[in-house]
Design a binder for this molecule. Structure first.
Ligand SMILES: C[S@@+](CC[C@H](N)C(=O)[O-])C[C@H]1O[C@@H](n2cnc3c(N)ncnc32)[C@H](O)[C@@H]1O
Length: 212
């Protein structure tokens, strides 16, 4: 999944991953992170997700990273605010009030960019990446966030039935990637629903990763 793949998804508006509402699993399970108001949540590969507005509305601070400038421009338009836009190294940072989003490549971020964070929310980020990239993603995310607690939404389906993205990331792989640093707890497993259910069957899973 190179940069051109995602850039064209945004220019050609092939963004079926984008939900018009805050993600139902975020809303249902976010409290399990047990965060204080004003906590700083890191959202990798954030797109223009409505989840960012939901986190802000619940009194948290948000820092995101997203490759597509189109996505980030639309995110701030939809939030109804005009961000300050500043180049920072390889990135452009869009910021307003309690939200900052870096436009650029997640894999080039250093921990100086997000700064200290209290939690990570991963929906459609890990599963957006093919196997080889996932192997780099997890340790990089752990390094960037000092293994902050994480709420993770993933899919488990027979990869032979669909090419991806989203890719299947079964529980055993999540345990392999994160188990050294986190207690990995499955909060919910439900049949894949919505448009994706027309392409494959399997489970949508919600995980709580608690630092060891
Ligand atoms: C499947 S979408 C999910 C977006 C968002 N999390 C959501 O729930 O709507 C994956 C996003 O990751 C972005 N992306 C892919 N590779 C990236 C990278 N290396 N660095 C930053 N963003 C990336 C894409 O542009 C795309 O918006």
């Amino acid at each position: 999944m190179d940069h051109d793949f995602w850039t064209s998804r945004w220019t050609e508006r092939k963004i079926s991953f984008h939900e018009g509402e805050p993600n139902a699993l975020l809303v249902k399970h976010f409290a399990r992170l047990d965060l204080k108001p004003g906590s700083r949540i890191f959202v990798p590969l954030c797109g223009k997700s409505r989840d960012l507005g939901w986190l802000l509305a619940h009194g948290h601070r948000v820092v995101g990273i997203e490759l597509s400038e189109i996505a980030v421009t639309e995110l701030f338009e939809e939030l109804g605010v005009s961000p300050a836009i500043e180049p920072i190294g390889d990135f452009t940072c869009y910021a307003h009030g309690s939200i900052a989003v870096f436009v650029g490549d997640f894999f080039k971020l250093t921990d100086a960019h997000p700064g200290p964070v209290d939690a990570v929310y991963d929906r459609a980020a890990l599963v957006a990446l093919p196997d080889a990239m996932r192997r780099d993603y997890a340790p990089h995310l752990i390094g960037l966030t000092a293994a902050a607690p994480q709420l993770l939404v993933s899919f488990d389906y027979d990869q032979a039935t669909m090419e991806g993205p989203p890719f299947s990331v079964p529980g055993a792989e999540i345990e392999r990637m994160y188990g050294d640093r986190y207690v990995v707890e499955l909060l919910e497993s439900a049949p894949i629903s919505g448009r994706l259910a027309q392409k494959c069957s399997g489970a949508e899973e919600t995980w709580l990763l608690s630092p060891k």
